[in-house]
Write a protein that binds this ligand. Structure first.
Ligand code: 13P
Length: 248
């Protein structure tokens, strides 16, 4: 079976004091064992060492981005090598905010996923359609094209989690209904079966993100092709523990 996965994407938020408080709440949280649910939190780069040093050992950290290739003269970037050097196991790649605001293309995201994996990082690769694309009926085509750009560049999916995050649901309070989410997760899994392999389709976790909270996570988690969450706003709050607990 696919182990339930809950990621907390803190985005560009937090002060040192707030970070310490969030971590203290997580450390006190009663949650299933890491054999049942994998929990990863993703603070801004500069807080990663602090969070790593304070966080309970059964939870892990993720960076929110990394450079597309080997590091060097790329001012303002953080390379996969640096993340590995710091012992950071995970990286989020292709978040819709970066695709939209920083112009990251499908190909660029695919290159990043491939490079991060090649350096030994585990990757949370984000895909998702805009409202306009959904209304035009192209949701499946869009997420398939985003996934294809990754599939063309990697052969081993063991260290990849796909996060389906419909752009219209991110930070809007407009969560996808369980059946809307399940439909896209099912289509993504089918795409993997037809274009990668039956084995990768069965084993790859496909998690949902977009206005997940402590009140809606349980019903979403019950969907057969939904293997966890990538949580934004609610990951900064105590209810993140409730979301983790929706695994069981
Ligand atoms: P919200 O949970 O704030 O909608 O954000 C989702 C997200 O973008 C996680 O990566």
């Amino acid at each position: 079976g696919r182990k339930f996965f809950v990621g907390g994407n803190w985005k560009c938020n937090g002060t040192t004091e707030e970070v310490k408080k969030i971590v203290a709440t997580l450390n006190d949280g009663k949650v299933p064992s890491q054999d049942v649910v994998e929990v990863v939190v993703s603070p801004p780069f500069v807080f990663l060492p602090l969070v790593q040093s304070l966080l309970r050992p059964d939870f892990h950290v993720a960076a929110q981005n990394c450079w597309v290739k080997k590091g060097g003269a790329f001012t303002g970037e953080v390379s996969a090598e640096i993340l590995v050097n710091l012992g950071i196991p995970w990286v989020i790649v292709g978040h819709s905010e970066r695709r939209a605001l920083l112009g990251e293309s499908n190909e660029f995201v695919g290159d990043k996923v491939a490079y991060a994996l090649s350096q030994g990082l585990k990757v949370i690769a984000c895909v998702g359609e805009t409202l306009e694309q959904r209304e035009a009926g192209s949701t499946v085509d869009i997420v398939a094209a985003q996934t294809r750009a990754i599939a063309e560049r990697i052969s081993d999916w063991e260290n990849v989690v796909i996060a389906y995050e419909p752009v219209w649901a991110i930070g809007t309070g407009k969560v996808a209904t369980p059946s809307q989410a399940q439909e896209v997760h099912f289509e993504l899994r089918k795409w993997l079966k037809e274009n990668v392999s039956a084995e990768v389709s069965e084993s790859t976790r496909i998690i949902y993100g977009g206005s997940v909270n402590g009140a809606n996570s349980k019903e979403l988690a019950a969907q057969p092709d939904l293997d966890g969450f990538l949580v934004g706003g609610a990951s900064l709050k105590p209810e993140f523990v409730d979301i983790i607990n929706s695994a069981t």
